[in-house]
Design a protein around this ligand. Structure first.
Ligand code: CTP
Length: 412
């Protein structure tokens, strides 16, 4: 049994050189127990014939919107609905653009507009086309519409020998992504069951003297929500929390700390973990020495604090020599150049994913209930619509489970 056993997949093949890989993809999907129906665009038929696609699906291939026989037999609405997943591979820049616009000029786009099923796209295009602002705009629209993506990957382009981001994900990875997407909650729980998820949350307080400290505006809500969602999905969760006014989430081992140094020590003591989600707003600096007694002001004299830099807990975990978790997720709260800063942070700290959010004044993110985040991975940026921090947490935990399931499936 796999997550694809008995699942019906509608495969939309659009016209790119990677269309030939659709043949292997069909084989992979069927090997895992899925049945596949295929729709091909006119351009796709210039790369592979409906005859060879049909030979592999074991059924007829649908190509025309206005074919009386097809419409009489099955029809585009039934095609769009009689499946568990619509999978687009390859998804060309043109098809993604037409989807983002809601166009329905051929059978493929009509089915995509009419479906109420999850949609997974495997983009494939020239790296310049992928990087073009128009394509990136379309991707952001499609992400916000709930379309899922697998790839593209970095590699050499078949047609030009150019290298860059744009090559379609390998068929095995696409099949694994389809499987993860169709994995019901129970299987998601099986992926996370017994896995140790380590979460940091909240601000830190860095003492100046016994009564004063340096702090920040983090409420801890996002990190607490992640801990709670991971526990609800069956994980064993350790939450290392800075000073916040939130109760321990149910079923979560919560360790309360004050300072960045204490947080690092608690995190190190909690390792090994399978997944680390570092959502704390760790103070970057601390007073060089906390005064043992309350500092007294002196009339007419300016005060100064000597600060020293705190350890970077996320970097320490992501670059751990012996106990690096399989998946390390960081957060990036920025007021300027959000995505560029987030990607730079991801690379510099060595984590797998960064959840980036804009914390400019007026967004209400700091301390508020909602968050608008972008998921930054090696494969690119996924922008999520504004949602409750609890919903961000649930979606993040689902993505973590998906990523673990995918790497497990790829290793098998
Ligand atoms: N982080 C950490 N330890 C630190 C500083 C940050 O673990 N001493 C983690 C946070 O939990 C978050 C990520 O690093 O997951 C990014 O934190 P952020 O404060 O946005 O980045 P900094 O590295 O501090 O960079 P800067 O403040 O210059 O933007």
């Amino acid at each position: 049994m796999t997550g694809l056993t008995g699942k019906r997949i509608l495969l939309v093949v659009s016209g790119g050189i990677a269309a030939y890989k659709a043949l292997e993809l069909i084989r992979r999907l069927r090997e895992r127990g899925a049945s596949v129906r295929a729709v091909m665009t006119a351009a796709a038929q210039a790369f592979v014939t409906p005859l060879s696609v049909g030979a592999l699906t074991g059924g007829r291939v649908f190509t025309d919107l206005l074919d009386r026989e097809d419409e009489h037999d099955v029809g585009h609405i039934r095609l769009a609905r009689e499946c568990d997943l619509v999978l687009i591979a390859p998804a060309t820049a043109d098809l993604l653009a037409r989807m983002a616009q809601g166009l329905a000029g051929d059978l493929a786009t009509t089915v995509l507009l009419a479906t109420d099923r999850p949609v997974l796209a495997a983009p494939a295009m020239n790296p310049r086309m992928w990087a073009h602002p128009a394509t990136q705009r379309n991707l952001a629209t499609l992400h916000a519409d709930g379309v899922h993506f697998v790839g593209p990957e970095v590699g050499e382009m078949a047609e030009s020998g150019e290298a860059g981001l744009g090559r379609m994900a390998e068929p095995a990875d696409i099949a694994a992504a389809a499987e993860a997407l169709l994995t019901p909650r129970a299987i998601m729980a099986a992926t996370l069951a017994g896995q140790h998820v380590l979460v940091t949350a909240g601000p830190t307080h860095e003492p100046i003297d016994p009564v004063r400290y340096i702090a920040n505006r983090s409420s801890g809500r996002q990190g607490f929500a992640v801990a709670e969602a991971a526990a609800a999905a069956g994980a064993r969760v350790t939450l290392v929390a800075g000073p916040v006014a939130l109760a321990d989430p149910p079923g979560v081992r919560t360790v309360r700390v004050e300072t960045a140094a204490e947080m690092l020590a608690a995190v190190e003591a909690a390792l090994p973990a399978d997944v680390a989600v570092m959502a704390a707003a760790v103070g970057d600096w601390r007073p060089q020495e906390a005064a043992p007694g309350k500092l007294k002001k002196k009339a007419g004299e300016a005060a100064r604090l000597d600060l020293t830099t705190n350890p970077d807990i996320l970097a320490a975990v992501a670059q751990h020599a012996t106990k690096r978790p399989r998946l390390v997720v960081g957060f990036a709260a920025e007021t300027d150049d959000l995505l560029a800063n987030a990607e730079a942070k991801r690379a510099a700290k060595g984590c797998d994913m960064i959840v980036a959010n804009d914390v400019s004044p007026g967004t209400g993110v700091m301390g508020g209930a909602r968050n608008t985040v972008h998921l930054v991975t090696a494969a690119g940026v996924e922008s999520w619509p504004s949602m409750l921090k609890t919903a961000v947490a649930e979606r993040l935990v689902a993505r973590i489970a998906e990523t673990l399931a995918r790497s497990r499936a790829a290793a098998e």
